[in-house]
Design a protein around this ligand. Sequence first.
Ligand code: NAD
Ligand code: ZN
Length: 247
Amino acid sequence: MSNHALENAARALKNARCAMAFTGAGISVESGIPPFRGPGGVWSKHDPEKFEKGYFKRHPDEVWPLLKEIFFDMIGRAQPNPAHFALAELEYRGKLAGIVTQNIDSLHQAAGSTVVHEYHGSTRRMQCMKCRMFFDSHSIPLDKLPASCPACGGLLKPDFVFFGEGVSSEVHRAATDLAKQSDLCLIIGTGGQVMPAGRIPYIVKKHGGTLIEINLHDTDYSYTTSDYFLQGKAGTMLPKLTQLTLE
Ligand code: NAD
Ligand code: ZN
């Protein structure tokens, strides 16, 4: 990739009236959380069917230990990396209106970003399948599984979207509204294959906005719509872009 592309992208970001970011699993890889697809990913070890809502409700004894290992132990240990911090700095300096993330790891907030729409929910909360109450995940002991509701004893489910479950209409509306207002979208570490999340950047484009993409590899966005494709690691490229934009 030429320095030219980076400089041009920084100029576009500098001139943007309202910029947003759309992030995926790739932004958290350098924090030690592997993507789910591909070799070594979660789906190469565990059948995705186990994370389907109906299966979970029928087999909570089998699924909860997997949820604990993948989503609470591994994600619980992760820290934000330079890419998360760069987005937080862009927001702080008034150059980023908000983030729509597909990730459930809350690392954007840990880095200091405040406007974060968690399109697929997060591991921070759990909901009782019986009385529908929400609980802070930190208040729920995971030494005895399946996790159960402190109020009624019902089955607790982490508050992120399982297969066979819809996205919350509030977060969808907030994410779509942000995209409609934005004249630039940074697409970082996502192949955009998961729908309807993957459509968010196209909304920005449809309204005449500019797309800057950062990824290790080409994606459908790079082939079709990205105006600038910055090939490389998010933890390297995003701090460089941020520095050039803010200087
Ligand atoms: P994906 O696994 O389909 O794609 C990851 C993308 O990141 C790929 O395009 C890959 O080329 C790119 N990538 C990998 N390492 C990178 C790096 N260091 N820098 C820049 N790019 C890099 O992920 P997705 O599109 O986000 O979709 C998967 C779904 O799984 C999402 O819904 C997401 O919520 C979920 N997920 C979440 C987490 C998390 O919370 N951290 C982790 C894995 C998957
Ligand atoms: Zn309950």
